[in-house]
Design a protein around this ligand. Structure first.
Ligand SMILES: [Zn+2]
Length: 471
């Protein structure tokens, strides 16, 4: 045999053996092949995903006395440990241990953070099931926190486990931070972690797994949130006998005049990151109908129609008169009245603008000398600039379309820990998790098992694509 043919044969053999070894050694697999393996692995983990969500619901974590927030973190840590992921715990309070679990492949510098809160709101009344039993009915797990957000912690933890089980050669680091205190504004949770252990959790992008399902409209990728601005207004008057009311000065009447005036005026606003037309186009697309149909529906005179109300909340500042108290008895002209208002401002607005606006309206009504207004609690809104170009946003959006079907960009009208991360400078913080966001904090809170599995896939695949894979 000529030496030339021998060389060709050896080369052919080499190529052949490389092809055969490809699966067993992994490093030559393509991103797409890794994705298929991750999806298959998550299907294998289905029972463990359901079990983890149930276990977490069964740990009541709304009452500090019960140390539930710490126990949730440790239970997640024990689950991760079984998959070879080590966790660290950082106590911010005797009943809160914030968990940080990191998987660093040493193959790249990009860092992605998964953030979720261990605390829940109190169960409240009107449940038809035990809120802490995690019963399964018709393919759904019921219980306080099922979606807000023990379901979200479950999907992020199991996405991390699936990637780790397969040793996917991610070109970066994946970090899971399970925090406490979110429902009480996050001072001892995400804020505490930012102030005390930022080195551990610092990242280039983050996913906060609050529920972002929206019923018929499918799933949403939340690219920002509005800021709550709570204002207390007090009016003063002069007491008198209720039989001769004109002698006194009625503080309730002054308050009513002012509140009516505020309702009639246009609230100060700025352009929303999501335009009304853009939202209508997305909704029409998600429902598979023509845009004019949606446009007409929103023109209905019924402002409480969820579509009209939702579009209003996404694109404008809103105001809710939430609380009012005044007077002592029917036969006394009241000299004091107090109201609390909840404004939701758009990213780019300052809370002080709202207070200044109210004080301006007080002048218009002519009650400046009898009226006082102050900010009680407030946060600015925040959003991801140029979100359609942000790699983490496009990764989540694309994966959501693949696994969940119709998906739209959205903005949450309430506050999440995402705002704290964006304020810290982690602008690319996206909110995406299992469950229908309109049912958060309600009785019979539940999450679909199918959504848990699919969202685990979305989060794992989005992480894989965002960090990249060594091929
Ligand atoms: Zn939540």
């Amino acid at each position: 045999m000529c030496i030339r043919y021998l060389l060709i044969d050896l080369n052919t053999l080499k190529v052949f053996s490389l092809l055969n070894l490809k699966d067993s050694f992994g490093e030559s697999m393509t991103t797409n092949e890794w994705e298929q393996r991750v999806i298959a692995r998550i299907d294998e983990l289905k029972d463990e995903i359901v079990q983890l969500c149930q276990d977490l619901i069964r740990i009541p974590s709304w009452d500090r006395e019960m140390r539930g927030e710490a126990e949730v973190a440790h239970h997640v840590g024990r689950t991760l440990e079984k998959h070879g992921i080590h966790s660290e715990y950082f106590a911010s309070h005797p009943s809160i241990d914030n968990l940080v679990a990191t998987w660093d492949t040493k193959k790249g510098t990009r860092r992605l953070l998964f953030n979720g809160h261990a605390d829940v709101v109190p169960p409240g009344e009107d449940w038809t099931v035990d809120p802490f039993k995690a019963e399964i009915r018709d393919g759904r797990i019921y219980g306080r926190g099922a979606m807000d957000m023990k379901g979200g912690i479950t999907t992020m933890a199991m996405a991390l486990c699936a990637l780790r089980d397969l040793d996917v050669p991610l070109k970066g680091t994946l970090i899971l931070n399970v925090v406490g205190d979110e429902e009480r504004q996050g001072q001892l949770g995400t804020t505490w972690c930012i102030q005390n252990i930022w080195k551990k959790i610092r990242a280039d992008a983050a996913i906060v797994a609050e529920p972002t399902g929206l019923g018929l409209l499918g799933y949403t990728v939340c690219i920002g949130e509005k800021g709550p601005v709570w204002v207390r207004i007090q009016t003063k008057g002069e007491k008198a006998h209720g039989s001769v009311p004109a002698i006194g000065k009625n503080a309730i009447v002054s308050m009513l005049q002012l509140l009516q005036h505020l309702r009639e005026k246009t609230l100060p606003s700025v352009p929303s990151p999501l335009s009304r037309d853009g939202l209508i186009a997305q909704i029409a697309n998600a429902l598979g109908v023509e845009e004019p149909l949606i446009e007409n529906l929103t023109k209905s005179s019924d402002k409480s129609n969820p579509l009209t109300a939702g579009l209003e909340a996404m694109t404008k500042t809103t105001m809710n008169i939430g609380k009012i108290k005044g007077g002592v008895a029917a036969n006394v002209v009241p000299d004091r009245c107090e109201a609390e208002l909840d404004f939701r401002i758009l990213p780019g607005q300052k809370p002080q603008e709202i207070l200044d606006w109210i004080l301006g309206q007080v002048k218009h009504v002519g009650i400046s000398d009898q009226c006082n207004a102050e900010l009680i609690e407030c946060f600015e809104g925040s959003s991801i600039p140029n979100y359609e170009q942000e790699p983490i946003v496009t990764s989540v959006y694309k994966a959501s379309k693949e696994f969940m079907g119709p998906t739209i960009y959205f903005m949450v009208p309430y506050a999440t820990d995402g705002r704290l991360l964006r304020q810290k400078g982690l602008k690319s913080t996206v909110v995406y998790g299992p469950g229908n966001m309109t049912q958060a904090h309600t009785a019979d809170e539940n999450v679909k098992i199918e959504a848990l599995i699919k969202v685990t896939k979305v989060q794992a695949i989005a992480a894989l694509r965002y960090l990249g894979v060594e091929e």
